[in-house]
Design a binder for this molecule. Sequence first.
Ligand SMILES: Cc1ncc(COP(=O)(O)O)c(C=O)c1O
Length: 380
Amino acid sequence: MSIYLDHAATTPMIEDAIAAMSAQMVALGNPSSLHTPGRASRKVIEQSRESLAAEIGCAPSEIIFTASGTEANNTALKGLYWKGRSVGRNVVVISAIEHHAILDPAQWLVNHEGAEVILIGTTNEGVLNISQLAELISRRADEIAVISVMHSNNETGVVQPIAEVVAIGNAHSIPVHCDGVQSFKKVPLSFSDLQLTALSLSAHKIGGPLGIGILVLKRGLEIPALLHGGGQEREIRSGTLNAPAIVGFAASARADYPSDQVNQLRDELAAGIVRVIPDAYINGSGERLPGIVNATFPGTESDTLLLLFDGQGIAASTGSACSAGVQRPSHVLLAMGHNDKSARSSLRFSLGATTTRDEINELLTALPSVIERARAANLR
Ligand SMILES: Cc1ncc(COP(=O)(O)O)c(C=O)c1O
């Protein structure tokens, strides 16, 4: 038995993306070259850019290809910070539940570039505390270089009130960046409707290839680059464009994501967990991504759970970083009011387009004995 419930970490490539990518892998030509093979590569990239722009709700010229969501986040956060700092703004405002691909560059800006970072907390349900943000802006708007809040959280799936964040930012001419990596194609997300300044996306979360991301950056806005070289992508991201990965990304973005089906299975899993383990509880509520269920199992350790599930052929995740073999409690769950112990007793199951009801049922069948053994191990 092999059940993969870690689709939020990465999900299988869809067949159309594999086919499109495979065809492009045998095509010759650097897209920056002026000869015929080069222009042919450039053409497929520009067609892919147009097709992606239609899915994202932005202009093709607003798309900057990067090598990952992490790179898009770093480029946006550092670039917007440096732009703000050049006019005397050195404060970076982010939510306390951001992915490490925002938390860590923000901390780097503190350590190396004179930034002050302010974290905005969440409710116990994992939703950004908008009144805390509004109160901060009312006092310090003139000092803020950038606000960055994720569209939905990768550990709990809770969708964040981005439209309200943008309304606050725009009222004070503060650029707003949004990490949309988990939301793209799963819940409605349009760059132009949201009036964002910048948005990060990644292909491997939606059935595209690993190692290709997008930074959508508002038309006309220029920010300092992280990579310098050939001047590609508005001189913000130098480097030969990865034509096969870009074509694969575009193919995956054109495919429909089966939101209703995944939503249904997510709800069945969440209800099943609290039915078979009565003292377990689900973290986060309100509007959520279709695929994510984060549950706390009191009296267990999440890394023990992970290994016990793995022994049963079930792949899940803690969602939090593991450093030098020591599992740290999730910063997301801590921000939602968990203590160290309960945060360390939590696990994320993430479903995808290929997840079946049989898999959910098999997980629920395995759950009581896994929890029993994890509890016994915890008492030793
Ligand atoms: C919310 C969020 N942001 C950013 C990333 C990083 O994306 P990538 O794996 O493309 O670097 C991830 C991946 O786990 C994510 O979940």
